[in-house]
Design a protein around this ligand. Structure first.
Ligand code: AMP
Length: 145
């Protein structure tokens, strides 16, 4: 296992439901260190660029409208095997299929079907691209202690 970085977005539904603290607690309890964080209200151009890979998918416009519907909390996480570990913590994309105890099962199952609380990078290459999309290198803090 290697130390990795991954990008987390706490989506507008989870921010509105006051789950930022609950989700950050899960990061810390699972040795995912926060090394950069900011809140942002994405504009349409940013959301479309971030999700450009899904441009042709039928859910694309719904996804964009959802992602700009309120502020999001964008966080870089660092830790052993961080990408897979965070994806396990998130649970399946659709909250109704997520395992009990995952973020999506616990914090998104009661909401609208397409509102799934969190985003996490799916591979080292996408993690690097997604982190660069939102953060300059100097905005990422080395944990010196
Ligand atoms: P991903 O890049 O895999 O995180 O997918 C981006 C986001 O698109 C997911 O987190 C969901 O919010 C949304 N999404 C993916 N598949 C569907 C779907 N079949 N219907 C509606 N939204 C979806």
């Amino acid at each position: 296992m290697a130390v990795e970085r991954t990008l987390s977005i706490i989506k507008p539904d989870a921010v509105a439901n006051n789950f930022i603290g609950e989700i950050y607690s899960r990061f810390e309890a699972n040795d995912l260190r926060i090394v950069a964080a900011k809140m942002a209200l994405l504009n349409k151009t940013q959301a479309e660029a971030f999700y450009a890979v899904h441009k042709e998918r039928p859910f694309y416009s719904m996804l964009i409208e959802f992602m700009i519907s309120g502020p999001v909390m964008i966080t870089v996480l660092e830790g052993e095997d961080a990408i897979a570990k965070y994806r396990t913590l998130m649970g399946a994309t659709m909250p109704e299929f997520a395992a009990p105890g995952t973020i999506r099962y616990d914090l998104a199952r009661e909401g609208k079907a397409n509102e799934n609380a969190v985003h996490g990078s799916d591979a080292p290459e996408t993690a690097a691209e997604e982190i660069k999309f939102f953060f300059k290198p100097e905005e990422i803090c080395y944990r010196t202690r």
